[in-house]
Design a protein around this ligand. Structure first.
Ligand code: NI
Ligand code: MN
Length: 244
């Protein structure tokens, strides 16, 4: 499977069967060279309501027919704008055709900022995705919290972690997060989009390496490949097995 960094917290994950976008922020994203019109996708995963995480969710969903997966309040709001949605909440997991999605806690706020009269956007979440045998954690925007140890118990192949500071954890706390999550590989996000969140990702990667963690900063537009492992049985396959 291939993961492409669009910039900020936006990623495109291509599994063996589907294309999934994390936190769609394209048109107003100063670091993105990709526009909504350049993309096809099947699912859109949204961590929280802030515009730098979902300002293009509806536009992308309506153009591609993709389903938005997010907390209940975000899904309600986007469904009213015509998007296909699948609502969840932290602690809940669901089997989709491409794999399993679990929403997990994040410590952050969530609102549809900049939209007068918009409703409350529920609570901020992180997203765990297991597809093609790989488990990926997109932390969304979050502070460091000790329950990351529980998220790490899912045996993470890849963690996407904010390091920008100011709005989320900065590099020091992200290093501690690595010790809680113990991912095989981490990619930093949510930095260098605006001056207030400027960070040196290469320095963060070096500091992580000294502690025994692999961090691979990606430039916007760059991809990494994760070898497909034994795909887990989806609910549908399990149901078929049960009937057989
Ligand atoms: Ni945010
Ligand atoms: Mn943000």
């Amino acid at each position: 499977m291939r993961l492409t960094y669009i910039g900020h917290s936006t990623f495109v994950l291509e599994t063996s069967s589907h294309r999934i976008v994390f936190d769609p922020f394209f048109e107003q994203n100063p670091t993105s060279r990709t526009k909504v019109k350049d993309l096809l996708c099947d699912y859109i995963l949204v961590s929280h309501g802030h515009s730098d995480h979902c300002s293009d969710a509806v536009k992308l969903a309506l153009r591609t027919g993709a389903t938005i997966v997010a907390n209940f309040e975000i899904c309600e709001y986007f469904a009213k704008q015509g998007a296909k949605t699948h609502a969840m909440n932290p602690g809940g997991a669901h089997d989709f055709p491409f794999g399993r999605v679990k929403l997990v806690p994040a410590i952050h706020t969530s609102s549809f900022d900049g939209e007068p009269g918009a409703p409350y956007a529920g609570i901020a979440c992180g997203v765990l995705v297991t597809a093609d045998g790989n488990t990926i954690y997109h932390a969304g925007d979050t502070a460091l919290f000790t329950d990351m140890k529980l998220i790490g118990a899912a045996k993470l192949d890849l963690a996407l972690l904010p390091i920008g500071d100011n709005f989320t954890m900065g590099p020091d706390d992200a290093l501690t997060a690595l010790s809680f999550l113990k991912p095989k590989l981490a990619v930093p996000m949510h930095y260098n989009t605006w001056p207030v969140i400027n960070q040196d990702a290469a320095d963060f990667a070096q500091r992580a390496k000294r502690k025994g963690y692999r961090v691979n900063p990606l430039k916007p537009g760059e991809s990494l490949e994760l070898p497909a492992k034994k795909p887990r049985a989806t609910a549908k396959k399990r149901a078929t097995k049960r009937r057989a």
